[in-house]
Design a protein around this ligand. Structure first.
Ligand SMILES: CC(C)(COP(=O)(O)OP(=O)(O)OC[C@H]1O[C@@H](n2cnc3c(N)ncnc32)[C@H](O)[C@@H]1OP(=O)(O)O)[C@@H](O)C(=O)NCCC(=O)NCCS
Length: 171
């Protein structure tokens, strides 16, 4: 499976991505903190891959068309079927590829895939109030703010509030 945009291709994250993914994640560790935490060694990468069982979770990498350079990742996790048909998005760019519109393009591709191929009906994003780039991004993509969830996720030992944003398909 592969999604192709104007500058990017999006593919499922795979064992072959390990070396480049770990090196990009290490180089972007400070940039991602405290908003995203990625595998930083081989064992963590193996655990990360196992999370994507293609039922409850799908993980993708974003690569540049042409050079194939790894520029980011997007995950759809916590997928619930039945009467819900929803999933939660996680995403991040790797330095130095931030603020070039890659995440906007990658998310557009993955969102279309989620609605049209995976038949999800709703995508959610949980974002810390201080994460301005991420808030701006989801607003730009048409997500709506649904409220503030207090103490939603424990990050670095502290229960942190998150804004809840959602995008519906055919609502
Ligand atoms: C959130 C994140 C993925 C955005 O990536 P990005 O490379 O900036 O995305 P894009 O280039 O597609 O930009 C999307 C929009 O956000 C804006 N933006 C990016 N960084 C910004 C910043 N620091 N302040 C304000 N706006 C910002 C861009 O300007 C763009 O809007 P515009 O096209 O109107 O100018 C990136 O900052 C990141 O990886 N952050 C760390 C991990 C993270 O927070 N993940 C999400 C957890 S909820």
């Amino acid at each position: 499976m592969q999604l192709t945009g104007s500058r990017l291709i999006v593919r499922p994250v795979a064992p072959d991505d390990e070396r480049e993914f770990l090196s990009a994640a290490r180089a972007s560790e400070e940039f991602h903190r405290p908003y995203a935490f990625l595998p930083l060694d081989e064992k963590e990468f193996a655990d990360y891959l196992r999370r994507f069982d293609q039922v409850q979770a799908h993980g993708f990498v974003l690569r540049l068309l042409g050079s194939d350079e790894l520029v980011g990742y997007i995950n759809i996790s916590h997928i619930i079927r039945g009467s819900y048909q929803r999933g939660t998005l996680g995403y991040g760019v790797f330095l130095p590829h931030h603020r070039r519109g890659y995440m906007t393009e990658g998310l557009r591709l993955v969102i279309r895939h989620a609605f049209e191929t995976l038949s999800l009906h709703r995508l959610e994003a949980e974002i810390q109030p201080g994460n301005k780039p991420s808030l701006r991004l989801v607003r730009l993509l048409g997500f709506e703010r649904e409220g503030l969830a207090r103490g939603l996720i424990r990050i670095e030992g502290e229960w942190r509030d998150h804004e809840r944003w959602a995008l519906g398909h055919d609502v």
